[in-house]
Ligand binder design. Structure first.
Ligand SMILES: [Zn+2]
Length: 286
Protein backbone atom coordinates (compact mmCIF):
# COMPACT_ATOMS: atom_id res chain seq x y z
CA UNK A 1 0.00 0.00 0.00
CA UNK A 2 2.79 2.35 0.98
CA UNK A 3 4.83 1.42 -2.09
CA UNK A 4 1.82 2.01 -4.32
CA UNK A 5 1.19 5.47 -2.94
CA UNK A 6 4.81 6.47 -3.49
CA UNK A 7 4.50 5.19 -7.05
CA UNK A 8 1.32 7.25 -7.58
CA UNK A 9 3.03 10.30 -6.15
CA UNK A 10 5.91 9.81 -8.57
CA UNK A 11 3.49 9.48 -11.51
CA UNK A 12 1.70 12.62 -10.34
CA UNK A 13 5.02 14.46 -10.11
CA UNK A 14 5.99 13.38 -13.65
CA UNK A 15 2.59 14.55 -14.94
CA UNK A 16 3.10 17.94 -13.30
CA UNK A 17 6.61 18.33 -14.71
CA UNK A 18 5.46 17.37 -18.22
CA UNK A 19 2.51 19.79 -17.98
CA UNK A 20 4.84 22.56 -16.79
CA UNK A 21 7.25 21.98 -19.69
CA UNK A 22 4.39 21.99 -22.20
CA UNK A 23 3.06 25.25 -20.80
CA UNK A 24 6.32 27.01 -20.14
CA UNK A 25 8.71 25.14 -22.38
CA UNK A 26 9.44 27.99 -24.76
CA UNK A 27 10.07 30.40 -21.92
CA UNK A 28 12.17 27.85 -20.02
CA UNK A 29 14.48 27.00 -22.86
CA UNK A 30 14.42 30.35 -24.70
CA UNK A 31 14.42 33.02 -22.02
CA UNK A 32 13.83 36.55 -23.24
CA UNK A 33 17.16 38.12 -24.11
CA UNK A 34 17.95 41.59 -22.91
CA UNK A 35 18.49 44.53 -25.19
CA UNK A 36 21.50 46.45 -24.02
CA UNK A 37 20.52 50.10 -24.48
CA UNK A 38 20.90 50.98 -28.15
CA UNK A 39 21.17 48.15 -30.67
CA UNK A 40 20.67 47.63 -34.39
CA UNK A 41 19.95 44.13 -35.67
CA UNK A 42 20.41 43.58 -39.39
CA UNK A 43 18.28 40.45 -39.53
CA UNK A 44 19.40 37.69 -41.90
CA UNK A 45 16.48 37.32 -44.31
CA UNK A 46 18.55 36.17 -47.29
CA UNK A 47 18.39 38.34 -50.42
CA UNK A 48 16.20 41.01 -48.75
CA UNK A 49 16.31 43.77 -46.13
CA UNK A 50 14.97 43.78 -42.57
CA UNK A 51 16.56 45.84 -39.82
CA UNK A 52 15.36 46.27 -36.24
CA UNK A 53 16.52 49.31 -34.28
CA UNK A 54 16.16 49.16 -30.51
CA UNK A 55 16.22 52.70 -29.17
CA UNK A 56 17.60 53.39 -25.67
CA UNK A 57 14.20 54.40 -24.27
CA UNK A 58 12.71 51.00 -25.14
CA UNK A 59 11.14 51.99 -28.45
CA UNK A 60 11.54 49.77 -31.51
CA UNK A 61 11.84 50.63 -35.18
CA UNK A 62 11.67 48.19 -38.08
CA UNK A 63 13.16 49.22 -41.40
CA UNK A 64 11.77 46.93 -44.14
CA UNK A 65 10.27 43.49 -43.71
CA UNK A 66 12.11 41.02 -45.93
CA UNK A 67 10.55 38.83 -48.61
CA UNK A 68 7.16 37.13 -48.37
CA UNK A 69 7.52 34.44 -45.77
CA UNK A 70 10.18 36.35 -43.84
CA UNK A 71 7.59 37.88 -41.50
CA UNK A 72 7.88 34.79 -39.31
CA UNK A 73 11.67 35.18 -39.09
CA UNK A 74 11.25 38.81 -38.03
CA UNK A 75 8.55 37.90 -35.52
CA UNK A 76 10.69 35.13 -33.98
CA UNK A 77 13.67 37.48 -33.75
CA UNK A 78 11.71 40.28 -32.07
CA UNK A 79 9.89 37.91 -29.70
CA UNK A 80 13.27 36.59 -28.53
CA UNK A 81 13.78 40.04 -27.08
CA UNK A 82 10.28 40.30 -25.66
CA UNK A 83 9.15 42.92 -28.21
CA UNK A 84 5.38 43.31 -28.48
CA UNK A 85 5.14 46.72 -30.08
CA UNK A 86 6.90 48.26 -33.07
CA UNK A 87 6.79 52.01 -32.60
CA UNK A 88 7.99 52.91 -36.10
CA UNK A 89 7.87 50.95 -39.33
CA UNK A 90 9.87 52.41 -42.21
CA UNK A 91 9.18 50.72 -45.53
CA UNK A 92 11.90 51.94 -47.87
CA UNK A 93 10.13 51.14 -51.17
CA UNK A 94 7.47 48.74 -52.49
CA UNK A 95 9.67 45.95 -53.93
CA UNK A 96 8.86 42.53 -52.51
CA UNK A 97 12.24 41.96 -50.87
CA UNK A 98 11.55 44.99 -48.64
CA UNK A 99 7.82 44.73 -47.91
CA UNK A 100 7.18 40.97 -48.25
CA UNK A 101 6.86 40.18 -44.55
CA UNK A 102 5.34 43.47 -43.39
CA UNK A 103 1.68 42.38 -43.49
CA UNK A 104 2.55 39.42 -41.26
CA UNK A 105 4.46 41.72 -38.90
CA UNK A 106 1.56 44.18 -38.73
CA UNK A 107 -0.81 41.29 -37.98
CA UNK A 108 1.40 40.14 -35.11
CA UNK A 109 2.53 43.30 -33.34
CA UNK A 110 1.06 46.47 -31.95
CA UNK A 111 2.16 49.15 -34.43
CA UNK A 112 2.84 52.86 -33.87
CA UNK A 113 3.68 54.98 -36.93
CA UNK A 114 4.24 53.77 -40.49
CA UNK A 115 6.43 55.63 -43.01
CA UNK A 116 6.49 54.88 -46.75
CA UNK A 117 7.50 56.83 -49.85
CA UNK A 118 4.54 58.21 -51.78
CA UNK A 119 4.43 56.12 -54.95
CA UNK A 120 1.94 53.79 -56.56
CA UNK A 121 3.05 50.29 -57.42
CA UNK A 122 1.09 47.50 -59.00
CA UNK A 123 1.78 44.25 -57.15
CA UNK A 124 -0.38 41.84 -55.18
CA UNK A 125 1.92 41.97 -52.15
CA UNK A 126 1.97 45.77 -52.05
CA UNK A 127 -1.83 45.95 -52.45
CA UNK A 128 -2.18 43.42 -49.62
CA UNK A 129 0.12 45.48 -47.41
CA UNK A 130 -1.93 48.63 -47.99
CA UNK A 131 -5.10 46.68 -47.21
CA UNK A 132 -3.60 45.25 -44.01
CA UNK A 133 -2.56 48.73 -42.89
CA UNK A 134 -6.00 50.21 -43.49
CA UNK A 135 -7.78 47.21 -41.91
CA UNK A 136 -6.29 48.24 -38.55
CA UNK A 137 -7.07 51.90 -39.14
CA UNK A 138 -3.37 52.82 -39.30
CA UNK A 139 -2.40 55.72 -41.50
CA UNK A 140 0.70 56.01 -43.67
CA UNK A 141 3.07 58.91 -43.15
CA UNK A 142 4.70 60.09 -46.34
CA UNK A 143 8.46 59.50 -46.21
CA UNK A 144 10.42 62.28 -47.89
CA UNK A 145 13.39 64.54 -47.33
CA UNK A 146 13.07 66.69 -44.23
CA UNK A 147 10.68 64.41 -42.33
CA UNK A 148 11.90 63.73 -38.80
CA UNK A 149 10.49 60.43 -37.56
CA UNK A 150 11.58 60.90 -33.97
CA UNK A 151 13.90 63.17 -32.04
CA UNK A 152 14.88 63.70 -28.41
CA UNK A 153 18.01 64.64 -26.42
CA UNK A 154 19.71 61.33 -27.24
CA UNK A 155 18.68 60.29 -30.71
CA UNK A 156 17.22 61.51 -33.98
CA UNK A 157 15.88 59.69 -37.05
CA UNK A 158 15.67 61.93 -40.10
CA UNK A 159 14.69 61.13 -43.68
CA UNK A 160 17.13 62.44 -46.32
CA UNK A 161 15.52 60.93 -49.45
CA UNK A 162 13.36 60.61 -51.57
CA UNK A 163 13.84 64.21 -52.61
CA UNK A 164 12.06 64.43 -55.97
CA UNK A 165 8.35 63.82 -56.53
CA UNK A 166 9.01 61.42 -59.39
CA UNK A 167 11.75 59.01 -60.40
CA UNK A 168 12.00 56.63 -63.35
CA UNK A 169 12.95 53.58 -61.25
CA UNK A 170 11.22 52.17 -58.17
CA UNK A 171 14.56 51.78 -56.34
CA UNK A 172 15.03 55.55 -56.54
CA UNK A 173 12.04 56.11 -54.25
CA UNK A 174 13.98 54.32 -51.47
CA UNK A 175 13.95 55.99 -48.10
CA UNK A 176 17.41 57.06 -47.04
CA UNK A 177 17.40 57.68 -43.29
CA UNK A 178 20.08 58.97 -40.98
CA UNK A 179 19.89 57.87 -37.38
CA UNK A 180 22.01 59.66 -34.81
CA UNK A 181 22.54 58.36 -31.28
CA UNK A 182 24.66 60.68 -29.14
CA UNK A 183 28.04 60.79 -30.94
CA UNK A 184 27.35 57.92 -33.31
CA UNK A 185 25.42 57.80 -36.59
CA UNK A 186 23.94 55.22 -38.93
CA UNK A 187 22.77 55.52 -42.52
CA UNK A 188 20.02 53.33 -44.00
CA UNK A 189 19.63 53.34 -47.75
CA UNK A 190 17.14 50.69 -48.90
CA UNK A 191 17.90 50.14 -52.60
CA UNK A 192 18.82 53.78 -53.32
CA UNK A 193 21.13 54.23 -56.30
CA UNK A 194 23.75 56.68 -57.52
CA UNK A 195 21.14 59.25 -58.64
CA UNK A 196 19.91 59.43 -55.04
CA UNK A 197 23.44 59.54 -53.61
CA UNK A 198 24.22 62.53 -55.85
CA UNK A 199 21.04 64.34 -54.79
CA UNK A 200 21.91 64.21 -51.09
CA UNK A 201 23.05 67.49 -49.61
CA UNK A 202 24.47 68.40 -46.22
CA UNK A 203 26.23 66.15 -43.73
CA UNK A 204 25.65 62.52 -44.67
CA UNK A 205 28.59 61.15 -42.70
CA UNK A 206 27.88 58.03 -40.66
CA UNK A 207 29.82 55.47 -38.63
CA UNK A 208 27.79 52.57 -40.01
CA UNK A 209 26.41 52.39 -43.56
CA UNK A 210 23.76 49.91 -44.70
CA UNK A 211 25.13 49.45 -48.21
CA UNK A 212 22.56 50.39 -50.85
CA UNK A 213 20.80 47.81 -53.03
CA UNK A 214 22.43 44.70 -51.54
CA UNK A 215 25.92 45.77 -52.68
CA UNK A 216 24.94 46.29 -56.32
CA UNK A 217 27.15 48.47 -58.55
CA UNK A 218 24.07 50.65 -59.16
CA UNK A 219 24.93 52.16 -55.78
CA UNK A 220 27.85 53.01 -53.46
CA UNK A 221 29.67 55.44 -55.76
CA UNK A 222 33.19 56.48 -54.74
CA UNK A 223 32.03 60.03 -54.04
CA UNK A 224 29.18 58.78 -51.84
CA UNK A 225 31.46 56.47 -49.83
CA UNK A 226 33.91 59.33 -49.32
CA UNK A 227 31.16 61.60 -48.05
CA UNK A 228 29.63 59.00 -45.72
CA UNK A 229 33.09 57.88 -44.64
CA UNK A 230 31.84 54.93 -42.55
CA UNK A 231 33.89 52.62 -40.35
CA UNK A 232 31.51 49.72 -40.89
CA UNK A 233 29.50 48.71 -43.96
CA UNK A 234 26.66 46.21 -43.59
CA UNK A 235 25.46 44.34 -46.67
CA UNK A 236 22.05 42.69 -46.59
CA UNK A 237 22.52 39.92 -49.14
CA UNK A 238 21.56 36.29 -49.76
CA UNK A 239 23.97 33.43 -50.39
CA UNK A 240 24.45 32.57 -54.08
CA UNK A 241 21.84 35.11 -55.19
CA UNK A 242 21.05 35.33 -58.90
CA UNK A 243 22.09 39.02 -59.09
CA UNK A 244 25.65 38.20 -58.06
CA UNK A 245 25.35 40.73 -55.22
CA UNK A 246 27.45 42.16 -53.73
CA UNK A 247 29.31 43.23 -56.85
CA UNK A 248 33.10 42.99 -56.74
CA UNK A 249 33.56 46.65 -57.60
CA UNK A 250 31.63 47.70 -54.48
CA UNK A 251 33.62 45.33 -52.25
CA UNK A 252 36.80 46.76 -53.80
CA UNK A 253 35.71 50.35 -53.08
CA UNK A 254 34.93 49.46 -49.46
CA UNK A 255 38.22 47.61 -49.01
CA UNK A 256 40.21 50.48 -50.55
CA UNK A 257 38.78 52.73 -47.83
CA UNK A 258 39.53 50.23 -45.04
CA UNK A 259 35.84 49.96 -44.22
CA UNK A 260 34.95 46.86 -42.18
CA UNK A 261 32.51 44.77 -44.23
CA UNK A 262 29.80 42.74 -42.54
CA UNK A 263 27.49 40.61 -44.71
CA UNK A 264 24.35 38.72 -43.73
CA UNK A 265 25.22 35.89 -46.17
CA UNK A 266 28.46 35.24 -44.30
CA UNK A 267 27.89 36.63 -40.80
CA UNK A 268 24.18 35.84 -40.37
CA UNK A 269 22.18 38.39 -38.42
CA UNK A 270 24.49 41.29 -37.60
CA UNK A 271 24.16 43.08 -34.27
CA UNK A 272 25.58 46.55 -33.74
CA UNK A 273 25.64 47.95 -30.20
CA UNK A 274 26.61 51.39 -29.00
CA UNK A 275 26.78 53.42 -25.83
CA UNK A 276 26.64 56.54 -27.97
CA UNK A 277 30.43 56.81 -28.21
CA UNK A 278 31.83 53.36 -28.97
CA UNK A 279 30.39 50.88 -31.45
CA UNK A 280 30.71 47.10 -31.25
CA UNK A 281 29.52 44.51 -33.73
CA UNK A 282 28.95 40.80 -33.87
CA UNK A 283 27.54 38.31 -36.35
CA UNK A 284 25.33 35.40 -35.36
CA UNK A 285 27.81 33.08 -37.09
CA UNK A 286 30.91 33.84 -35.05
ZN1 LIG B 1 16.15 45.12 -52.51
Amino acid sequence: MKIKSIKSLLILAVVFVVAFIINHGTAMFNPVEKIDGFEIHYIDVGQADATAVFLPDGKTMLIDGGNSGDGIIIKKHLKRYGIKRIDYIVSTHPHEDHIGGLSYVINNFDIGEIYMPKVSYDSAIYTQLLETISSYGYTINSAKKGVCITENDEYKAEILSPIRDEYDDMNHYSVIMKLTYKNTSYLFTGDAEVVNEKDLSGDISADVLKVGHHGSDTSSSEDFLDRVNPEIAVIHVGKNNSYNHPHNVVIKRLNERNIKILRTDMDGTIIIKSDGINITYEGARK
